[in-house]
Design a protein around this ligand. Structure first.
Ligand SMILES: *Cc1c(COP(=O)(O)O)cnc(C)c1O
Length: 495
């Protein structure tokens, strides 16, 4: 049976999965959601010996119903290959009683690779299916990790171009270096004078700029999005929660049917939303623990039912979570509001207008699956140090926020349900902050000395993604004001 997608704002006809992937964002400014969340019809244990790719096929075929088996298999084969440094793709490490689901074994050593290695293929396949002849221009705002992962995914993919905007002073030195050294004629990287929300709002506005869109069409281009609002990002992210559960069963760490809790270090609410979808499909997940850093807008939302972005934007050592507008939350709001597009639009208009909205008591009752928490910089650093001293295992700053929030959750609730913590980046990506947490004396070392020290301390090989950028030349050095994003796009496309 075909699964169609509808906009959370209600102003648009239903579309197929491939059309939703091509469009990214709906024309009415809403996000595409499936008409209903598919349910597992097979008993999960039947998949327990499946490899990552097989699980990916089983899960994704439930959502991307207009892809043929061959099309979807080919996308999966091309995505989850030796770009990943382990055939497990998403291995699990047990440390101090928690299961860390390592989502950072792809090309850019952060969890965005899990979805962005497959999105280019989903997108070019979608274009073919819909007889699109325009080149696809991927427009992306990044808080650091999406940018590089999208660049790596799309670089050299025929029929696509990719433009990435990042906050010039809001990403880590390694993140910036990874982006500005990106090869590929079809890639373009611009730093903007502003924060991530400025970049993201700018990109959203450009998608709605009818004049520009018409000009692109005339020149044989059309925009799409690789941001986590694209359903083609969300669906591949559901896979690893299912795979993690199956791995734990296979390894005898979990009994069949036993429930788990999941902790996710959260920014744009994409990763945790994927876990929520997995739960709603029938994966035995109890609590979804949403971990924030000092930008704790989501924590406050779960506490009070009021989402309020009117607050100071704080730069932290977990920059991919420095976000005050968590775009994917709209999909949850829509769902807990009874899929009432009018109500959802009102709330989102209120967010766009006065920067806040409050949900009803009825809606709040449906948030019982979630627990919010946040960790300060000190708590995050203490967690890295503690876990390292206890076990030798080294977390990155984002994962450490999640791990710290998990500790707080356990002491608050006494809930000892077995727990999977999404480990979203390699510590090498944030080597400076990680080492400083272990011993402030390391702070004096240069960037590359820190990498070498970290390899010794953590007893792991330096990832290729890091080795590469040591010597790579800077290719992209454009910087613009947030009002100049359109000009940058026109410049790159030569229109
Ligand atoms: C993007 C990112 C996050 C946040 O994920 P969302 O899906 O935006 O909530 C957390 N950690 C790392 C390392 C990231 O790159």
């Amino acid at each position: 049976m075909e699964l169609l997608y509808k906009s959370t704002r209600g102003g648009e006809e239903k579309v197929t999965a491939s059309q939703a992937i091509l469009k990214g964002l709906a024309c009415d400014g809403g996000l595409f959601v499936p008409e209903n969340i598919p349910q597992f019809t097979t008993e999960l244990k039947a998949w327990k010996d499946y490899g990552y790719k097989q699980v990916a096929y089983e899960v994704m075929s439930l959502y991307l119903t207009d892809f043929t088996q061959e099309e979807l298999m080919e996308c999966i084969e091309r995505a989850y290959d030796d770009k990943f440094d382990t055939s497990a793709i998403a291995p699990i490490v047990e440390a101090d009683g928690a299961f860390y689901l390592e989502l950072f074994h792809g090309a850019t050593i952060a969890f965005k690779d899990m979805a962005l290695s497959i999105l280019p293929y989903l997108m070019t396949t979608s274009a073919k299916k819909n007889k699109v002849t325009n080149d696809i221009v991927i427009l992306t705002a990044t808080s650091g990790d999406t940018g590089k992962a999208a660049l790596a995914g799309f670089s050299g993919v025929a029929g696509t171009k990719i433009i990435v905007f990042y906050p010039k002073n809001g990403v880590s030195p390694i993140q910036e270096r990874q982006m500005v050294t990106q090869k590929g004629e079809n890639t373009y990287v611009v730093g903007i004078q502003g924060n991530f929300d400025d970049a993201q709002s700018g990109v959203k506005k450009i998608f709605g700029d009818k004049e520009l869109v018409a000009l692109l069409e005339e020149k044989g281009y059309q925009f799409s999005s690789a941001n986590s609002i694209n359903i083609g990002r969300l669906v591949p992210q559901i896979v690893y929660y299912v795979y993690a559960y199956l791995t734990l069963i296979r390894e005898g760490k979990l009994n069949e049917g036993e429930t788990i809790n999941v902790v996710v270090p959260t920014g744009n609410f994409g990763n945790i939303l994927a876990a929520y979808y997995a739960k709603n499909m029938g994966l035995p997940i109890n609590k979804l623990i949403c971990a924030s850093n000092d930008n704790k807008v989501l924590y406050d939302f779960f506490e009070t039912g009021c989402y309020d972005r009117n607050r100071e934007f704080i730069l932290t050592a977990s920059p991919s979570m420095d976000i005050l507008i968590s775009s994917n939350l709209e999909r949850l709001i829509y769902r807990i509001g009874g899929e009432d597009a009018k109500k959802n639009s009102e709330l989102m208009n209120s967010l766009a207008g006065k920067g806040s909205y409050s949900i009803t008591e009825d809606m709040r009752k449906q948030l019982e699956d979630f627990a919010g928490g946040y960790a300060s910089e000190e708590e995050m650093e203490a967690k890295i140090k503690d876990l390292y001293e206890k076990t030798g295992y080294v977390l990155d700053t984002h994962t450490a926020v999640a791990a710290s929030v998990y500790d707080q959750y356990v002491s608050r609730t006494g809930d000892r349900t077995k727990t999977v913590i999404a480990s979203t980046a390699s510590p090498f990506k944030f080597a400076q902050s990680v080492l400083k947490s272990i011993d402030p004396a390391y702070d004096k070392l240069s960037d590359y000395e820190q990498i070498d020290v970290l390899a010794k301390v953590a007893n792991v090989r330096i990832p290729n993604a890091i080795e590469e950028i040591r010597t790579a030349p800077v290719i992209h050095d454009h910087v613009c004001q947030k009002e100049e994003m359109v000009q940058e796009i026109k410049h790159f496309l030569g229109i």
